[in-house]
Design a binder for this molecule. Structure first.
Ligand code: COS
Length: 381
């Protein structure tokens, strides 16, 4: 076992850290406060390659492995998890095309993602959150294609995307086996972004409804085969969850670093509070939990890179552990700062608000345990 990173990985991580410090940290509080998505900054990040890192070079991406992309995402999220969520949503939307798409579909829809276009992954609906197979957006077979009707909600980049990877059912009575994946262009008549959400955290990311009213989608825009959509969605989530919770590690690290420097400087009872064991134990626990989460995330990413057949267990383990860890660490880090941590003058309360989504999106912490328990009972863990 080798825990060393390659010189290239070390360089990528350093560059991402510098980018976050220069371009993201100075603006993070403003976009959070204004609930606005920094489109120009995101386009710059796209041009820097930060939202298409794992897309193969043949299709304009960085051709990077998942481990390296996790190291980079951790650094960017240390800068701002909201901005990073919008950038990473492009990768998430690209995975169904990578997993189920043909060479022509990959060329047509992946290449523009590295040229400044945005994409959105549309799985969730008002009645289908944790129960992804309960999707009711209907794809009715018509001459030369499908007519799509329905509503997606909580879609990252929903209001700004140029391309949407959409899961719809051809027949609700078929359950998971009725789900079919499509690529739908923003210009297809009948597709409209709906209500923009006003969120607790990751407020610099764009989240909105996406509405489909008699949207005609040609046959060539089906990803994989009719009825194969659920498998594409599940495989996408298995592959993408480690990268998503690399964000949790980044948020936790930002909070922890702030707590450590505050504890060194803040004096009470005539001494820096870092000299009290009550604070030291909190800092030690934070450091330990962040390290453990990072190791789980990188192990899951390593398995993605090796294209292991059964990724679900480690992917779910990393998501649940790192998501819960980010909430615990940001809560403790805020506690170290006491009343100051609770004020909007400091970034700590933002870290805590941003951390909460890590236990919810891309599958809640509870769903991860359900997936993991399934794998445990199949004897795969
Ligand atoms: N990879 C490939 N195939 C998978 C799979 C995976 N990880 N997980 C399930 N499948 C297949 C199963 O093998 C089964 O195939 P067959 O019909 O051929 O037997 C099919 O998919 C249905 O599987 P299952 O019965 O386990 O599906 P459930 O409806 O019970 O759903 C969970 C399972 C809960 C795991 C799923 O609904 C889920 O992941 N929910 C969370 C969704 C989510 O993360 N939402 C967040 C929003 S996306 S940003």
């Amino acid at each position: 076992m080798n825990f060393d990173f390659t010189p290239e990985q070390v360089d990528m991580r350093k560059a991402a850290r510098e980018y976050a410090e220069k371009a993201m940290i100075p603006v993070a509080a403003r976009y959070d406060e204004e609930n606005e998505t920094p489109i120009d900054l995101l386009k710059e990040m796209i041009h820097q390659g930060y939202s298409t890192m794992t897309i193969p070079e043949d299709y304009g991406g960085g051709g990077m492995d998942c481990v390296t992309s996790c190291l980079v995402v951790e650094e960017l999220s240390r800068g701002c998890a909201g901005i990073t969520t919008s950038a990473a949503a492009n990768s998430l939307a690209a995975y169904p095309i990578l997993v189920g798409g043909s060479h022509e579909q990959k060329e047509k829809y992946l290449t523009p993602l590295s040229e400044g276009k945005f994409a959105a992954f549309c799985l969730t609906e008002p009645g289908a959150g944790s129960d992804a197979a309960a999707i009711s957006t209907l794809a009715k077979k018509v001459d030369k294609g499908y007519m799509i009707n329905g509503r997606k909600c909580f879609i990252t980049n929903g209001g700004i995307a140029d391309y949407y990877t959409v899961f719809a059912t051809v027949d609700r009575s078929r359950g998971a086996r009725g789900l079919t994946a499509f690529v739908i262009e923003r210009d297809f008549p009948g597709l409209e972004p709906g209500k923009k959400e006003n969120k607790m955290g990751i407020r610099a990311s764009n989240t909105s409804e996406v509405l489909f009213e008699d949207v005609f989608v040609p046959e060539e825009n089906v990803l994989g085969k009719e009825g194969g959509g659920f498998r594409i969605a599940m495989t996408t989530l298995d592959i993408s969850r480690p990268m998503v919770v690399a964000m949790a590690v980044g948020i936790a690290r930002a909070a922890y670093e702030h707590a450590v420097s505050y504890a060194r400087e803040r004096e009470q009872f005539g001494k820096p509070i870092s000299s009290f064991q009550a604070i030291q134990f909190k800092l030690a626990n934070m450091a330990m939990k962040i390290e453990a989460a990072r190791l789980l995330v990188l192990q899951a990413a390593f398995k993605v890179d090796r294209q292991e057949k059964h990724l679900s267990a480690h992917s779910a383990m990393s998501k649940a552990f790192a998501g819960d860890m980010a909430m615990e660490v940001t809560t403790d880090a805020l506690q170290v700062m006491g009343g100051y941590g609770y004020m909007k003058d400091y970034p700590m309360e933002k870290y805590m608000r941003d951390a909460k989504i890590m236990q919810i999106y891309e599958g809640t912490s509870e769903i991860q345990r359900l997936v993991l328990a399934n794998e445990v009972l199949k004897g795969r863990v």
